[in-house]
Design a binder for this molecule. Structure first.
Ligand SMILES: Cc1cc2nc3c(=O)[nH]c(=O)nc-3n(C[C@H](O)[C@H](O)[C@H](O)COP(=O)(O)O)c2cc1C
Length: 481
């Protein structure tokens, strides 16, 4: 067992726990047409670590609900992952990294039935717009049913199950468009079926356990099923049931699952969509269509939503925390010692400005850290800047990090450019000719040789003892300032 807590049984129990922790706000009467997207923006731009929002009494959709921001705070991440209540986001990162030292994936357990079979719509009865699918932003090309989702496919060669969070736009009652970026595992799997001229069987779960969202929305190594990874964090297997058409494993207690297939060559214009970098960078383009033939859902289902936008958004922070833990774990697993902290910044849309702090032990240590962080699986896609700082700099404090860059990195000497790296069309400055981008690795550590020979100047600040002494002596006045 990886955890010492009782895992939540499903999304509903998770919400009860969030409610008890003061992490959930309920809103009534919010319309699917732009209002949910606007509320997500207002709330998450108002303050950091904003609460999750459960939209209830949605006009024209009695009994149905939509959830925004399920995992987007340190406390809710701790509830999701079964960690102790954190005082600081870095506590979650640290807990993640500690758990990963002994982590074992736990495969799902197939059961006969589950609440996902409460209601089953087949063939002619299928209508994905029976749910309050939001149109999130004014310039979006349609209503997006899949944002906080997991798209489930089986690798036809190796048999393992991949789950990925990819956006899903409604074309009409019975068909949806799926946008998977080049290089994503789901896209590679779909390509294998297409190359054989076969349909790709697909499940799209759009109301789900937040732990599955953390697994599906972040890059894991090829061949590791997100079911197994999430089960490992849960400390118990996820229960799955077989889907009617293709026998794919569906989460037994999910809220809503769509089942269908992608036929080779069946493409349709998808987008535009407000994206996580804060732009509409990806122009409308022909993307695979999923023909939906089954809709499974619980009674009074909850559609889960994650609204990408100019950061911060209702999911960006949670990605920062997860990615920080994942990068830390990966670079240590690759053999790097001396890592003291990792922080992936929200301003970089949880991918583009990643900071590693190390206790330098040898010349070249910082470069090794930077290269690993830029190239590891969870840090690679659409990276831009990796900054390596000494352990006296807090990697999560942008002011501290910028001070280190300004005072410890000489641009000509300390910035390396990596060219033709993995990116995608959502990157607003992507090089479409090469389908890649570049990255900068900034070594903002004090030059190691100057630490060794003592020639790097000391930091101009009072010692801890002096500051504490003077603070105590003049406490009366200082506490008023
Ligand atoms: C809210 C959210 C939306 C996302 N939307 C997309 C998307 O539309 N297309 C895409 O390729 N990746 C998207 N991603 C990133 C992928 O989920 C992520 O790269 C994941 O690792 C993909 O799974 P895979 O590695 O199994 O392919 C999104 C992530 C999140 C958290």
């Amino acid at each position: 067992m990886m955890t010492n807590h009782t895992p939540h049984a499903d999304l509903r129990e998770f919400l009860e726990r969030c409610d008890a922790a003061g992490e959930l706000v309920r809103m009534k009467g919010v319309h699917w047409d732009l209002e949910m997207g606007a509320i997500a923006e207002i709330v998450n731009h108002k303050r950091a670590e904003a609460p999750a929002i459960l939209f209830e009494d949605i006009p024209d959709y009695p009994g149905m609900r939509v959830l925004s921001g399920a995992t987007n705070s340190s406390k809710r991440l701790a509830i999701t992952l079964g960690f102790p209540e954190p005082a600081h986001p870095m506590d979650v990162v640290q807990a993640y990294r500690n758990r990963m030292k002994t982590f074992q994936p736990i495969p799902p357990r197939e059961v006969e039935t589950g609440s996902i079979f409460d209601v089953v719509d087949r063939d002619d009865d299928v209508n994905v717009l029976k749910f309050p699918v939001p149109k999130l932003h004014e310039l979006d090309g349609g209503r997006y049913i899949g944002t906080h989702d997991q798209v489930i496919m089986r690798d036809p060669d190796e048999g393992w199950i991949n789950l990925g969070t990819y956006r899903v736009m409604v074309h009409d009652e019975k068909s949806v468009g799926l946008w998977m970026s080049p290089g994503k595992q789901g896209r590679q799997i779909r390509q294998k079926y297409t190359d054989r001229g076969q349909p790709t069987p697909v499940l799209i779960c759009v109301g789900m356990d937040p732990l599955m969202f953390l697994a599906s929305g972040n890059e894991l190594k090829w061949g590791l099923s997100e079911y197994d990874y999430a089960g490992g964090h849960r400390g118990a297997p996820f229960e799955t049931v077989r889907s009617e058409l293709y026998g794919l494993p569906m989460p037994a207690h999910a809220e809503i699952v769509l089942e269908g297939e992608i036929m080779p060559g069946d493409d349709k214009i998808e987008g535009p969509f407000g994206e996580f970098t804060g732009y509409y960078a990806n122009h409308p383009s022909e993307q695979p269509v999923v023909r939906v033939r089954r809709v499974y859902h619980r009674k009074n289902p909850i559609l889960t939503m994650a609204s990408p936008m100019r950061p911060p958004s209702d999911f960006n922070f949670s990605k920062c925390v997860m990615k920080s833990g994942m990068i830390w774990d990966e670079i240590e697993s690759a053999g790097l010692a001396g890592v003291k902290g990792v922080w992936v910044h929200e301003a970089g849309a949880a991918r583009m400005f990643n900071v590693i702090s190390i206790k330098q032990a040898f010349a070249g240590h910082a470069k090794q850290a930077g290269l690993l962080a830029a190239g590891c699986q969870s840090g690679s896609y659409m990276g831009r800047y990796v900054v390596v700082v000494d352990d006296d700099v807090d990697p999560s404090d942008m002011f501290d990090v910028m001070w280190a860059i300004c005072t410890r990195a000489d641009p000509a000497q300390d910035i390396d450019i990596i060219r033709r790296a993995w990116s995608g069309p959502l990157d607003p400055i992507y090089d479409s000719a090469s389908s890649t981008n570049s990255r900068a690795i900034i070594d903002a550590c004090r030059p190691f040789e100057r630490i060794k020979n003592g020639s790097f100047p000391p930091v101009a600040r009072g010692s801890k003892e002096l500051i504490a002494q003077v603070e105590a002596k003049f406490a009366d006045v200082l506490k008023k300032i």
